[in-house]
Every structure is written in C-alpha cells, then in structure tokens.
Design a protein around this ligand. Sequence first.
Ligand code: 5GP
Length: 141
Amino acid sequence: MTYDDSNVFAKILRGELPCHKVYEDDKTFAFMDIMPRAHGHTLVIPKSAATDLIDVSPETLCDTVRTVQRIAPAIRDSMEADGLLIQQFNGAAAGQTVFHVHFHIIPRFEGVALLPHAGDMGDPEVLAVNAEKIRQAIEAA
Ligand code: 5GP
C-alpha cells in the first residue's frame, strides 16, 4: 500500500490538526488517542512516512518502540493503571484505520473492560487532563 500523506496522523505531524501531545523527540511523536479505549490511551508514531509494520524501516521501528518503552511507565503510573496493553494493527482487515504506522499504549485497570476500538470520541477536557498528567510523569522520569 502506498503511503498517503493526507492521513490524520500526517496532518497532526504537520500541525494541520490539533492533538494532545505527550512526548516528542527528533524521530517520534506521542499523543492521546481521540477515541480512547481506556483512560490514558496514547499513540506513538514515527515522524517519517510508513503505512504499517511491514513498510517501516527497522531503524524507524526501533526508534518508535524505544519511545513506547520510554513513556509506558509514565503512562501506567500517572493513570494508576494495573497493566498496559500494547496494540499494533496492520491493514484494514486487521483493524487498522489510520495508515501511518503506530503503536497503541492502553492502560488496563483490574475489572474494567476495554471500550471499543475507534469507538466514541473522548471528552476533550478529560483528554487534556490525562495528557498533562502523562507529560508531567514523562518529564519527571
Ligand atoms: P488504528 O485503527 O489505525 O490502529 O488506530 C487509529 C487510532 O487513531 C484509533 O484508535 C482512533 O481512535 C485514533 N484516531 C483517529 N483519528 C484521530 C485523530 O484525529 N486524532 C487522534 N488523536 N486520534 C485519532
């Protein structure tokens, strides 16, 4: 599949769409999922163009997973989560809806079911509060 730079994550990277950013370095970017499956649901993406795990270069994949590992504890601790689900979809048949490779970091709480994938929009105020908590935890780490 050819990379289409009109996808929403490409627009977020170019600053054409707003997001609740929690982390950025020269290679990667992390922000709140707008339709969270749980409190603190965060997405990690590379800044360079790639549709999925097959398309992305090994180096960029490593950069992206390094960021997942780097910010995961801050997400878990700031959300007071019991665990973290890391999800990654490849292709529409697998559930991928945005064709810029990304990892989901989804806090899990004992006894709390996941909301549907790409379901309802999150409350913008809650997204902003959670993003601030996660940002502070990352900075403090
Ligand atoms: P996928 O289904 O491709 O693995 O996941 C795409 C994710 O992007 C979904 O969880 C969906 O909620 C999220 N998403 C879709 N559009 C936007 C958007 O405009 N902003 C943000 N922050 N997340 C989005």
